[in-house]
Design a protein around this ligand. Sequence first.
Ligand SMILES: CC(C)(COP(=O)(O)OP(=O)(O)OC[C@H]1O[C@@H](n2cnc3c(N)ncnc32)[C@H](O)[C@@H]1OP(=O)(O)O)[C@@H](O)C(=O)NCCC(=O)NCCS
Length: 162
Amino acid sequence: MVPMTSTKGKTPRESAVETRYLVMPQQANPQGTAFGGAIVSWIDMVAAMAGQRHCGCEVVTAQIDTLIFRHPVHIGDQVILRAAVNYVGHSSMEVGVQVIREDPYTGEQTLATTAHLTLVALGKDQKPTAVPPLLPETPEEKRRYEAAKLRVQERKERLKTL
Ligand SMILES: CC(C)(COP(=O)(O)OP(=O)(O)OC[C@H]1O[C@@H](n2cnc3c(N)ncnc32)[C@H](O)[C@@H]1OP(=O)(O)O)[C@@H](O)C(=O)NCCC(=O)NCCS
């Protein structure tokens, strides 16, 4: 097992998180579909867990982008949340999250929401601290790494203009 504080690096698989929620009425609007804000809070939570597992320290969310609500999620649906670290900089990590709705009776799955989050690792002094390298292994992990690298560069450029 790789220790949580490893500086040798980790594969995306080692820190990936998958969890489930049952969508309850208090998380929905009068049309019976989940509030965007509720979905974002699940996304933020699962991304933070993946980020913490990668760096073994406290993390904060610096940015959420490319948040796409592709399909509605209904009361009574199960949602599967998958988060994986796509790319790391010095102290920041890009985490990709997929929200999949599953019909509890038929088991049919639909990709409902996707997002990319930038998390920043904080040291004990609450300041940004270096994260371990990311070691993508599979062709899919390598594809995500290269795509995220471009997005990170674009974000840095965009931030300069804000
Ligand atoms: C995120 C935060 C810690 C960054 O602090 P900072 O002093 O700007 O840190 P730096 O300028 O040294 O940047 C640290 C890293 O974060 C990245 N970063 C900072 N702000 C960012 C933003 N808005 N979007 C994306 N990346 C960002 C930098 O590019 C840098 O990445 P790198 O180390 O991999 O090269 C600080 O802005 C903060 O605390 N924000 C509020 C977080 C929060 O309350 N979130 C909601 C609850 S979790």
